[in-house]
Write a protein that binds this ligand. Structure first.
Ligand SMILES: Cc1cc2nc3c(=O)[nH]c(=O)nc-3n(C[C@H](O)[C@H](O)[C@H](O)COP(=O)(O)OP(=O)(O)OC[C@H]3O[C@@H](n4cnc5c(N)ncnc54)[C@H](O)[C@@H]3O)c2cc1C
Length: 469
């Protein structure tokens, strides 16, 4: 029997939850004590008021009101076994329907345990853990991750499921740190796949787009902790970039260029260095003609920089320098759209020029573009699969009517470089084109068939982009 529970969440939103009898009794008991949590709340300030049935940015409304929020792995298994269709929901930071379901979603936010094993240099995290929670925890024990995305607010599992990345010419994406995946498969059974014991299938199981099962935990490689500092330079000519692209992107541990596509230049260059206490470093005042900023900057012109991580060469922990945005503040712009295309790094400058030709169409609808490099990996569905990559990212104003007309133009200009779109962002490439960009797609589909023959974890996004021609 299903029961409906009307609840007032912490942020004042009234919502309805569909629950079975046991869930209802448990939840209503909590509600009467006045401590019911918004089941969508990430526990971080990134959860934006008023968007309880939408994604973080508010541009996408989920197609079901039914959200399960189990407290244990056994409850996850029971829900998976019972459900006919199900999609996992992380912290809702994706911009398209990848996490959507017309039937039922499951949030694992209550599975928030973290266990560090310093002997094996690894940490195992429940699927509810965000990078923002994980990072200070491992740092306090003397460990670090190899990289982070521009924001720490996302869940580790949600990030790894879509091949989320940071920057750095030698840095693979975040999912490359994953060594073990534990999930509930379509039957509700537990499955553990590891890099060491399942070399044949593991490369298909990490960036799995939520299609292999409901991930309950991941184990990640960690390394000794480190300090970092970052400096921003302003106005780097694209001519300099054309002549020195690899050196510029290799000039720090993680380097990001921002541009509005006007005046043939990057408006800002963010260089993040690891601090070597034995070799103090003096940041030059100029960088390929760009001038060092003497005050803190936000990548989007006109936005206050208080939301950004510390700049000006001030050293600090790795997890407070690798992301651009601070944990307890809204990252990026807030109400926005995002798009990103991965092209082979060897064609990076040509690809940048190809997009630049559309500058007068792009700029009026753009907050900012970010250019980053990502090292190649071997994960079948990763955008950087076997390709050292340049990622060309667009943070758009929330103007989808205009943006959806520009995307096909960008995709056409990038076509010679066989771009792979970011799985979690907005794109208009035809499914057949997307599919043709993934050499191991057939192996990935075999893996899905083996573990989910009745297509329990398929949704419209996957049916369209992976299966329709
Ligand atoms: C402001 C902003 C900045 C961003 N910056 C970056 C960046 O620097 N680099 C980058 O690459 N991306 C970036 N992104 C995109 C973001 O990293 C991805 O959207 C990421 O997938 C979000 O994770 P999430 O926890 O919000 O997952 P969701 O968006 O909720 O879900 C994403 C996918 O993960 C799956 N999933 C989640 N939990 C589970 C689970 N337990 N089991 C199985 N599948 C699961 C979902 O089904 C879905 O397919 C940014 C997004 C925003 C809003």
């Amino acid at each position: 029997m299903l029961l409906y529970l009307f609840v007032t969440f912490r942020d004042g939103i009234v919502g309805v939850m569909t629950l079975n009898k046991r869930e209802f009794l448990k939840a209503s008991g909590l509600a009467f004590t006045g401590t019911m949590l918004n089941p969508f709340e990430s526990g971080q300030s990134a959860a934006r008021p008023g968007n309880s049935r939408k994604n973080w940015s508010g541009n996408y409304t989920y197609s079901t009101d039914r959200l399960d929020a189990p407290a244990t792995v056994e409850e996850v298994q029971a829900i998976v076994k019972r459900a006919s269709k199900l999609r996992a929901l992380g912290t809702r930071h994706s911009f398209n329907g990848i996490a959507d379901s017309t039937s039922e979603q499951i949030s694992l936010q209550h599975l928030d345990q973290m266990a560090l094993d310093s002997a094996t240099r690894s940490v195992t995290v429940g699927a509810g853990v965000t990078y923002g929670r994980l990072a200070p925890y491992i740092d306090s024990h003397g460990f670090a991750l190899h990289n982070l995305a521009s924001l720490p607010h996302i869940s580790v599992v949600g990030g790894c499921s879509t091949a989320t990345h940071g920057s750095g010419i030698h840095n693979r994406n975040l999912s490359s740190a994953c060594s073990v995946v534990e999930l509930a498969t379509a039957t509700g059974d537990r499955l553990t796949l590891s890099r060491a014991k399942d070399p044949q299938h593991f490369a298909g199981a990490v960036v799995a787009l939520g299609a292999l099962g409901i991930v309950t935990s991941l184990t990640l490689d960690v390394e000794p902790t480190y300090q970092m500092e970052q400096v921003v330079y302003q106005n780097l000519s694209f001519n300099e970039l054309g002549h020195n692209l690899d050196t510029i992107f290799g000039s720090g541990y993680s380097v990001s260029l921002f541009t509005d596509w006007q005046h043939h230049r990057a408006t800002q260059v963010w260089i993040k260095r690891r601090v070597d206490p034995k070799q103090p470093y003096t940041w030059p005042q100029e960088f390929y003609g760009a001038k060092r900023a003497m005050q803190k900057l936000h990548p989007v012109s006109g936005h206050a920089a208080e939301n950004c991580t510390e700049q000006l060469g001030v050293p600090g922990p790795w997890y407070e320098r690798l992301p651009h945005f601070r944990m307890n503040f809204t990252p990026s712009s807030g109400s926005e759209l995002q798009t990103e295309y991965f092209v082979p790094r060897e064609h990076a400058y040509e690809a940048i020029l190809a997009v630049e030709r559309l500058r007068d169409r792009i700029t009026p609808h753009l907050f900012v573009t970010e250019l980053r490099t990502i090292e190649a990996d071997s994960l079948w569905m990763s955008m950087a699969y076997e390709r050292p990559s340049l990622a060309i990212h667009f943070t758009w104003k929330p103007e989808w009517a205009a943006v959806q007309k520009i995307l096909p133009l960008i995709e056409a200009n990038l076509a010679p470089f066989a771009p792979r779109p970011h799985w979690a962002k907005l794109f208009t490439l035809p499914p057949a084109t997307v599919q043709s960009r993934y050499e191991r797609l057939a192996d990935f589909k075999d893996l899905l068939r083996q573990h989910d023959p009745a297509r329990k974890f398929r949704n419209t996004f996957l049916e369209s982009n992976l299966y329709s021609a």
